[in-house]
Design a protein around this ligand. Sequence first.
Ligand SMILES: *Cc1c(COP(=O)(O)O)cnc(C)c1O
Length: 367
Amino acid sequence: MIPIAEPCLGEEELKNVTEALKSGWISSKGKFIEEFEEKISSYCGRKYGVATSNGTVALHLALKTLGIGKGDEIIIPDLTFVAVANTVTYCNAKPIFIDSHPDYWCIDPEKIEEKTTPKTKAIIPVHLYGHPCDMDPILDIANDHDLYVIEDAAEAHGAEYKGRKVGSFGDISCFSFYGNKIITTGEGGMCLTNNEELAEKMKILRDHGMNPNKRYWYDVIGFNYRMTNLQAAVGVAQLKKLDEFVEKKRKIAKRYSEELKDLEEKELITLHPEMPWAKCVYWMYCILIEDKFGMSRDELMKRLEENGIDTRPFFYPVHVMPPYKNNEGYPVAEEISRKGINLPSGVSLKEEEIKFICNEIKKELED
Ligand SMILES: *Cc1c(COP(=O)(O)O)cnc(C)c1O
């Protein structure tokens, strides 16, 4: 089976983990945590990094730190991983869904303003499947309406918007280092900010709310959202390879696009886009199976699986799932979600495998 993704771990990760283990610092103190925080923040051009146990709690920590609470409305894309909506709900706030942009699948900036109300407090743009959001209009709207921006860069380590790294925009940006993300720590996450006060507040809330100058004294109710030194040890080694991984992902995408270009010309599929202002990192290489293809997306996925090719369907739009069900229309997100599949995108994917996968897709057309 050609896997959809697999972590690429080597000697350096092993060496760092062994060092952490032998040092005895296996919980949330130890040299690798600060090193990882510093290196990720400087990679993205941010001042402060706060490492967390995973990407979901990074989002929750960001929302809590910005004071999001009951009655607040938070703008999020309808087509995203569900954790974004859930963390808003953990704060007793309400996620407000925005349809996708048809050309690049992320939140459509033109549809945000009509959904802002006096209750709106923040926007969470999500760089979906490695493609950056169109940040300028989002930041403009946030500025005009006095909203916070929390960037969700969980799927886009190393991506760029107009030459600037994602993870460097807005008030706080969040990353995930789950096993299938572009770099991994097993489970792990990070919040970045340029604001010292926010960084301090995040560190306090991450550590049960403990006053940094008075042990076991809690001025606020916090969480245990800390990353371990073992996770950070892996992260430090992974970060060194990030640029190499990004280049590999882009090369894989280029090969898929070349092999499948004729299908796009015949309007049978749509290839993973990259807007002129974007450097996409293709966390997952995606295609949309158009109606003209003549076989449903799900049927194609089944056939590919029978031939040893692992794929994934796109996320469901959040508004169709029971906890968030509403009947407002999100036609673009619905259509993209229905047609989209992720193809194998691991950095160790071989040239022959890409060719094989593309040939199998073409073969289904002929049958
Ligand atoms: C993976 C992911 C998360 C959550 O990260 P975890 O580390 O799995 O908790 C949040 N947002 C998006 C867009 C993601 O893809």
